[in-house]
Design a protein around this ligand. Structure first.
Ligand code: SF4
Length: 364
């Protein structure tokens, strides 16, 4: 009898806030000297796909205890928290999930967040990661609401392989239509994320590269990661990015390009014929923790300082407990100052089995 895997999503696993730290001028730095610059906000724990590397159907079935609506942060709470994070140094906000476009009236939240200004008057950079299933319908409205760019997950071009990865009866054509709609709405360049799992979709690497070469969009290949505790991760199922670059480069010559900015997750490669670029995200074989500037807010207001965290900090309690913005800001400063996460540098077969927070709960 197969052992039933229980996902770790409950807020029960939260740590007390660290002691307060003196407010410093300039960006907050953690214990490895990294600044707090990027905030990922998960707006729903639900999704209409069941990607095997994120939300396997056998765990996230129809009777799965998803969060009740009143447990989710409201749009007003998200916008308030985002403003306080921006005051603490955040410059970029990414909306995630689950599938963020499933959250009703998400355009309204985008509008509220797009109005947030950095201390120097610039607008906060606002992006969103989606599986593309609802993008064709929503792209224009999201753009009009103030969204800057989208990242679309697409793991193959043929339906059988795509469905083997997303375990949902959803055709590739509709996701491609979503990418085209995002492009037409001005949410370009669209970044396209392909998670590669050995034995499932590596035969799609070259067809995907050919499909998006010269399109203006940036295809990124993501190493299969031991996120959460439910995707049955094994190192044997990981195809290292170096192998992906070799495979593509043999057919479509590539050359390395510098990252756009410190902390950029993807390693960039451009086609020698000038027809665009691709990226690889190598959390397993080439850790990039030393430049990680990301914090994550879960669907119900927990703050996590690493994608592979096992516990977080309850900021919903601060929001609903009558704390002032200054008190919440001080709590952010204390959490960040105490941060020393570098999971990808210390990953072992044993740590891979730790009960980590589910990616569908805190966003990729
Ligand atoms: S493993 Fe954690 S610390 Fe390292 S890059 Fe990923 S989120 Fe950042």
């Amino acid at each position: 009898m197969t052992e039933r895997v229980i996902a770790l999503v409950d807020a029960g696993r939260h740590q007390p806030l660290p002691p307060p730290v003196p407010q410093v001028a300039g960006p907050a730095r953690d214990r490895l000297g990294r600044v707090l610059r990027d905030l990922r906000i998960s707006v729903t724990d639900r999704c209409n796909f069941r990607c095997v590397y994120c939300m396997p159907k056998e765990v996230f079935g129809k009777d799965y205890p998803y969060l009740a609506h009143d447990q989710l942060l409201s749009f007003e709470e998200i916008a308030r928290l985002a403003q306080v994070f921006v005051d603490q140094g955040i410059e970029k906000i990414r909306l995630t999930g689950g599938e963020p476009l499933l959250r009703r009236n998400i355009e309204h939240l985008v509008e509220m967040l797009a109005a947030i200004k950095l201390p120097d008057g610039r607008s906060v950079e606002l992006t969103l990661t989606t599986n593309g299933s609802l993008l064709a319908k929503k792209a224009r409205a999201l753009r009009d609401a103030g969204l800057h760019r989208v990242t679309v997950s697409l793991d193959a071009l043929d339906d059988p392989t795509f469905m083997a990865m997303n375990d949902a009866d959803f055709p590739v054509a509709k996701v491609l239509a979503g990418i085209a709609a995002a492009d037409a709405a001005g949410l370009a360049p669209v970044k396209i994320n392909m998670v590669v799992k050995r034995g499932v979709n590596e035969h799609s690497i070259l067809p995907m590269a050919r499909r998006f070469k010269g399109s203006g969009h940036v295809l990124r290949f993501i190493e299969f990661m031991d996120v959460g505790a439910t995707n049955g991760w094994r190192m044997d199922d990981v195809i290292p990015s170096s192998e992906i670059i070799r495979l593509i480069g043999a057919q479509l010559p590539l050359e390395p390009v510098d990252r756009n900015y410190p902390g950029e997750v993807a390693e960039r490669w451009r086609y020698r014929d000038g027809s665009g670029e691709i990226g690889v995200i190598s959390s397993v074989t080439q850790a990039f923790c030393r430049s990680c500037t990301r914090a994550r807010i879960s669907t119900e207001g927990m703050l996590y300082t690493c994608l592979f965290a096992t516990s977080g900090y309850d900021f919903r309690a601060l929001l609903r407990g009558g704390k002032s913005d200054a008190e919440i800001r001080a709590a952010i400063a204390a959490v960040w100052a105490a941060r020393a996460d570098r999971y990808s540098e210390i990953r072992t077969a044993q740590t891979a089995r730790e009960r980590k927070i589910e990616m569908s709960y805190i966003g990729g």
